[in-house]
Design a protein around this ligand. Structure first.
Ligand SMILES: Nc1ncnc2c1ncn2[C@@H]1O[C@H](COP(=O)(O)OP(=O)(O)OP(=O)(O)O)[C@@H](O)[C@H]1O
Length: 840
């Protein structure tokens, strides 16, 4: 078992489907781990002889070739459970806290007292949904799609005695179910509780029985105030499984399905009918959206807001926050009969007009089939609505705070009938502004003014992907007895986004990196690209957005204006060309890729400090960041390890503490077969990693700085030859010129040496000059001497008979002397010149 665990954590990442299988004493059990960490488990008996042969294969759901055998445990059932445990842990390693694993246990497994501890462990683990099924499920009953929400439904009717739900439950099933209920006593009593609830509803609502039956089948969770301890426990487990954290008094239970949406509270029978119609229309609109189930933030925020509670919700980008407040807003506005001309009853605020327009579209879509009126406030609308009943004919107003304040001050807008105020991107709307900005122009002042103009009883809700402590503090002053909802890791990027940090050396490297990133688009003729920023007119902005949505534009260059909230379907990459100003801005920007896109952040050596906060976001999203950006000037190196016990990667980041790191690196390398960059072992050599230790499926990370560019070219080529992606610029990286090196201060000692050389040159030059002057002097003397010789009737031969060793020179000079030969005057001048020589 330990061996098996070891091999799973060391290598298998379950990118493809994986089967875990055990044979013992003629019984075979199979656990199936699928990508996305949905675990289906079933046990079955095979004849003893076939124990090792008969691998099951059903509709392609079991990949027998990848099965692992385990033959160490004593009992069939405990074997099966152990496999489940192994598989669960493996799934946890694979997906961390994101995994929502469905585990169906056949009754056989629950019969053994020795299994109870294991079951309890699984039950208490928020990542797993455990259901007890009886009798041991037949293969056909399990499909690839078996998910957490359906498993308990199968258990419920049996454990409460059938109740005539899905029909056909036998006596043996009944007793099995009772046994299961016994087993789970004190741990999970959801099944009987849910059944009792169904019975209550069935008795009370006659005609709607079929629908109620359906509700009961989904998930048991409803009102919390009256819930029994067991129901509360089940609600808590449900929340844990989905990563929903709540704070506040008497928090309503989450919805599991849209069909559980409550009808709006009404006072009269006519209004009730209208509210039922509204609920039906809402459900139809949701169905038309192809949303199969609410997202976690919707599960919790919808019932809380439907109960009239103030809400503070933080959930990752792209997690469906808009619908999480639009749905309850539409429910709150009740039936159509009560909506005519009452005035604005729901005010939805967003920081940009683009986001307001998007929210408006969502409202229109979800309000389809109803007579509700919603509008985005604009200057033109304010001007056009004067004298025609004004803006009061609208039920829902969506706008930026600035526009609303302007309309309010001009008297075009009254908010006295508002029953709900929602702040989307609440942290932005609580922004106190830049330095030097007039206080009344800040978002926070405008929001304050709007809230003061609404009735004090109006319900308030704040939503964002990032809510820092400062915002939470402000929120407490605005909200009354709020329900605080937090989904996943606070302030982290959506965990499904593939985030990449690309070191581009210098500013020019960014363009190369962009070209690399947009390679696919660039192969087509004419890259359709446009830009959007605050300096463009609203019409231009709207046009660009429409073109981008329709696919006429492929690349949109934009500022932080589009950083928040905007939901473009099909955007598969966000490139942070300039580094976001903060981790919060980073989270919002990368959120524009939707749930499965890629975010690429380009950075240069200038950004090393700013990168730290972004790295912390990556760490929270469990993204490996083995980059040495923490301390660019020293040879800091990070490494990642993907097999943390809690499913998150564990990271070690260090600076110059190389001695300690060497020993840690040894542990990582030899005990968990994780690749470690070579330069950890040899600090003095340039940064080079190697893939040899990483096994077949490991990751090799090579860290390098500007200093290492020369060495990196050859490594980049090796990597390319191994079929891995290497940015073009790395392959074509030119050697740094000496000027570049001097600029980068690569080699201080050499620079000193260059200075020394030049000083030396100066001295030499001085010496040479002195020498040249001396020689010149000497030559002149010689010439003078020769001149006087000539005057004394010296001939060529006489010159030859001159002073011994200087013969050739004399000859030379003599020849030269001949230049003024026979001219006594010239010679006399030469004599004169001797006095003036220093001047020359
Ligand atoms: N229950 C659901 N099931 C599937 N898709 C959904 C569901 N609810 C909303 N969506 C879709 O998810 C996408 C993202 O939703 P939305 O824009 O509301 O996210 P968000 O949490 O507000 O993101 P951001 O923080 O970036 O503003 C939208 O396309 C929306 O239609």
């Amino acid at each position: 078992m330990d061996e098996l665990l070891g091999s799973i954590s060391g290598g298998a990442h379950f990118k493809s489907q994986k089967t875990l299988q055990a044979d013992k004493g003629g019984s075979k059990c199979v656990g199936l781990v699928k990508p996305g960490a949905v675990l289906d488990f079933f046990g079955t008996r095979a004849p003893p002889n076939d124990a090792h042969k008969g691998k099951r294969k059903r509709g392609g759901s079991v990949d027998a070739s990848k099965s692992l055998h385990m033959q160490t445990l004593e009992q069939n059932c405990s074997t099966a459970l152990s496999i489940c445990t192994v598989a669960l842990r493996a799934a946890a390693h694979t997906n961390g806290s994101r995994s929502h694993t469905a585990l169906s246990l056949c009754t056989e497994l629950t019969n053994l007292p020795s299994n109870r501890t294991l079951i309890r462990i699984a039950l208490n683990d928020p990542r797993y949904h455990v259901a007890c099924c009886a009798p041991p499920p037949q293969p056909a009953a399990h499909t690839n799609g078996a998910r957490s929400h359906t498993a308990p439904a199968a258990a419920a009717p049996r454990s409460d005695g059938g109740g005539g739900s899905s029909g056909g439950s036998s006596a043996s099933e009944e007793s099995d179910g009772q046994h299961a209920a016994e087993l789970f006593q004190g741990v999970r009593l959801a099944a009987p509780a849910a059944a009792a609830k169904r019975k209550r509803r069935r008795g009370g609502q006659g005609g709607a029985a079929a629908e109620v039956e359906e509700l009961g089948e989904a998930r048991p969770v409803t009102a919390v105030a009256q819930a029994s301890a067991a129901e509360k426990e089940e609600i808590a487990a449900f929340r844990r499984r989905l990563g929903i954290k709540v704070e506040g008094s008497d928090v309503p239970a989450p919805l599991a399905e849209f069909s559980q949406l409550p009808a709006a509270k009404t006072r009269s029978a006519a209004a009730a009918e209208s509210a039922a119609h509204a609920r039906g229309a809402l459900l139809s609109a949701i169905e038309a959206s192809d949303w199969t189930e609410p997202t976690p933030v919707q599960m919790q925020a919808i019932p809380a807001m439907a109960e009239g509670r103030d809400v503070l919700a933080a959930a990752p980008t792209g997690s469906g926050k808009t619908a999480a407040y639009v749905i309850p807003a539409l429910m709150l506005l009740g039936g159509d009969a009560v909506t005519k001309g009452e005035g604005i009853r729901a005010l939805l605020l967003a920081p940009t007009r683009e986001l307001a327009a998007q929210i408006h579209r969502e409202v229109e879509r979800l309000a389809a089939g109803r007579k509700l009126k919603a509008c985005v406030l604009s200057k033109a609308l304010v001007a056009g609505s004067r004298g025609q009943g004004g803006l009061a004919k609208n039920d829902i107003l969506i706008c930026t705070p600035m526009r609303a304040v302007a309309a309010l001050r001009s008297g075009a807008l009254t908010l006295t009938r508002v029953r709900l105020v929602v702040l989307d991107e609440a942290d932005k709307l609580f922004d106190a502004g830049r330095e030097g900005q007039a206080p009344e122009d800040t978002f926070i002042a405008q929001v304050d003014e709007l809230l003061a103009a609404c009735p004090s009883t109006a319900q308030r809700a704040l939503f964002s992907a990032t809510l820092g402590p400062h915002v939470k503090e402000l929120a407490t002053s605005v909200l009354r007895d709020p329900v605080s909802i937090s989904i996943g890791t606070p302030n982290a990027g959506a965990s499904t986004i593939d985030q990449k940090l690309v070191f581009v050396g210098r500013e020019e490297g960014k363009l190369l990196a962009i070209r690399q990133a947009l390679f696919r688009e660039l192969v087509y003729d004419g890259l359709n690209v446009d830009a959007i920023h605050a300096d463009r007119t609203p019409e231009q902005r709207a046009k660009v957005i429409a073109k981008f949505r329709s696919g006429d534009l492929w690349v949109l260059i934009c500022t932080d204006l589009m950083g928040r909230g905007i939901d473009f379907k099909g955007v598969n990459m966000v490139i942070n060309y300039d580094l976001p100003q903060s981790a919060v801005a980073y989270v919002h920007r990368i959120g524009r890729t939707g749930r499965t896109g890629m975010a690429v952040t380009l950075f240069t050596e200038k950004h090393m400090v700013a990168m730290r906060s972004i790295i912390s976001v990556l760490l929270q999203s469990s993204t490996a960041i083995p980059l040495n950006m923490f301390n660019f000037n020293c040879c800091a190196v990070g490494f990642c390890r993907l097999c943390g016990q809690d499913g998150h990667g564990s990271y070690a980041l260090y600076g110059e503490d190389m001695d300690t790191m060497r020993s840690i690196a040894n542990v990582v390398l030899f005990q968990s077969s994780t690749c470690v960059p070579l330069n950890i072992f040899n600090f003095n050599c340039c940064a080079v990693g190697f893939a040899g230790r990483a096994g077949r499926t490991g990751t090799a990370v090579t860290l390098f700085t500007e200093k290492d560019m020369d060495a990196m070219r050859s490594i980049a080529n090796v990597v390319k030859l191994s079929g891995c992606e290497v940015p073009e610029w790395m392959l074509s990286m030119k050697r740094l010129s000496s000027k570049d090196k001097r600029r980068l201060q690569v080699s201080a000692p050499r620079r000193t040496q260059i200075e020394t050389v030049s000083k030396y040159d100066k001295k030499q030059a001085l010496k040479k000059k002195k020498l040249a002057v001396k020689q010149k002097l000497h030559r002149r003397r010689e010439t003078d001497a020769q001149g006087s010789g000539d005057r004394g009737g010296a001939s060529e031969t006489g010159a030859e008979a001159g002073v011994g060793n200087g013969g050739p020179v004399r000859r030379k000079w003599g020849k030269r002397g001949r230049g003024g030969k026979g001219s006594a005057e010239q010679a006399g001048q030469g004599g004169k010149n001797r006095h003036s020589e220093p001047e020359s």
